[in-house]
Write a new protein. Structure first.
Length: 46
């Protein structure tokens, strides 16, 4: 479904950022939070 696809895309972006070596823990936490809130908003707006 849409949600699992959104999670896949978000996870891939997190992995791409993490493996580039250009990211620190603060940025990673921020990315996770914004991803989670985006997914929750999509669930609520259905």
């Amino acid at each position: 479904g849409f949600v699992s696809k959104a999670i896949d895309i978000a996870a891939n972006e997190l992995i791409a950022v993490a493996t580039s070596g250009e990211v620190n823990q603060v940025q990673l936490d921020r990315a996770k939070k914004s991803t989670k809130s985006a997914i929750l908003m999509n669930l609520e707006s259905r």
